[in-house]
Design a protein around this ligand. Structure first.
Ligand SMILES: *Cc1c(COP(=O)(O)O)cnc(C)c1O
Length: 389
């Protein structure tokens, strides 16, 4: 080990420039720091970028957006929601918020995205929602999702697109497909960041309306205003015990700049991914699926997930990289390996979810973010090659 060790390279880093800082300061100078004109502009700009006539509802996290989506679709006790085991706990916890049951689905070994055939085999009359995740930013095929929805007309589809902005499959931007609701995340480590934040996108005006009401205490100004034209500005009605899920204008100010830079930042992550793919092609590792066979595809490259040989100790690989100053992570610890989701059904879940159970032992996520310099990229590539050789 060299005497002057270089500073550790973080696993993730938001790309915040002077424009974001100026925009947030300008928002603060207006004195309007909570939800206001910038949050509305962020919604409109985001919806325009997705296209396809969608409406966008800004919220303070993707978790909040997913919760609002299930609430607006009327999911409740007795209902079942199909969730891939290969995701973050937020995808599944919102199902419990509304009192419904989580049914875990295995993943496709090539992409680690939801296995739609396995999902089909689990559908029964109580199944209300399918909740696919576009893992790492590689979209689940829009055509496959639309086809699945047609085969199961009583099941609604809500996409967890926390990793997938901007992304597209078969020329369809994630957010503009046939699903009922799509939810994006602007958490600090995500592809565009507002610190905390999210966006619910839908083409269903009733879902958008309900989400707008429920994101702010269940306050409905239209419900009161409908009956009178001379309504005073202070007057409102409350139609349900709603939530406090609104996005602030300071966050939206940052989001508007990130939105303008989204494709430039994605392109840089793609360059990093392509360099990794080339640098590791002769090593005993499995590379992530790139979606290169999808002509109208666009990978968001939120994560770059290597898979080691089954015989290699993944945890030792991670500590060896840490010793060389390289931060890594694991996406994901499958839900059925976490106490709450494992519950009493543990061993049977291992059997029901063989791919997630097996692949967990071999995955490691390498640093991939737009602020990474070529020098830092070389450091990661050298370190991985050194440890694996
Ligand atoms: C980050 C993440 C979420 C939650 O996003 P928040 O904005 O932090 O609520 C949900 N699902 C997946 C797959 C995620 O990675």
């Amino acid at each position: 080990m060299s005497a002057q060790r270089q500073a550790s390279l973080p696993f993730a880093l938001p790309d915040i420039g002077e424009d974001e800082i100026d925009a947030v300061v300008a928002a603060m100078r207006t004195g309007w720091v909570t939800t206001g004109p910038r949050a509305r502009e962020f919604e409109t700009s985001f919806a325009d970028m997705i296209g396809g006539g969608v409406e966008a509802v800004a919220v303070n996290s993707a978790t909040a957006g997913l919760h609002l989506a299930l609430e607006a679709l009327g999911v409740g006790p007795g209902d079942k929601v199909l969730v891939p085991a290969w995701t973050f706990t937020a995808t599944a916890e919102v199902v419990r918020y509304v009192g419904a049951e989580v049914e875990l689905v295995d993943v496709d070994p090539a992409t680690l995205n939801i296995d739609l055939e396995h999902a089909s085999s689990l559908v029964d009359e109580r199944t209300k929602v399918l909740l696919p995740v576009h893992f790492a930013g590689l979209p689940v095929s829009a055509a496959a999702l639309a086809g699945w929805k047609q085969r199961h007309p009583h099941v609604r589809v809500v996409e967890d697109a926390a990793h997938a902005f901007p992304a597209a499959s078969e020329g369809v931007p994630v957010g503009a497909g046939a699903s009922d609701v799509v939810v994006f995340s602007f958490y600090a480590t995500k592809t565009i960041a507002t610190g905390e934040g999210g966006m619910l996108v839908t083409r269903d005006p009733e879902v958008a309306r309900r989400a707008r009401v429920m994101r702010l205490h269940g306050i409905d100004r239209d419900a009161f205003n409908r009956y009178r034209s001379d309504r005073p500005a202070w007057r409102y009605d409350v139609v349900a015990p709603g939530y406090k899920y609104n996005l602030t204008d300071t966050a939206a100010a940052m989001g508007l700049v990130q939105l303008r830079r989204a494709e430039e930042m994605r392109a840089r992550r793609e360059v990093i991914a392509l360099r990794y793919l080339r640098a590791f092609s002769d090593l005993p590792v499995e590379m992530p699926a790139t979606g290169a066979d999808d002509l109208g595809g666009l990978h968001a490259w939120h994560l770059f997930v290597l898979r080691l040989e089954a015989s290699r100790d993944r945890d030792r690989f991670i500590s060896a990289l840490a010793d060389l100053g390289i931060g890594t992570s694991v996406h994901f610890i499958p839900l059925h390996m976490l106490t709450y989701w494992r519950g009493e059904r543990g061993p049977s879940l291992d059997e029901q979810l063989p791919v997630a159970t097996r692949e967990f032992k071999r995955v490691v996520s390498l640093p991939i973010y737009s602020r990474m310099t070529d020098g830092e990229l070389s450091r990661v590539m050298d370190a991985v090659r050194q440890v694996l050789r």
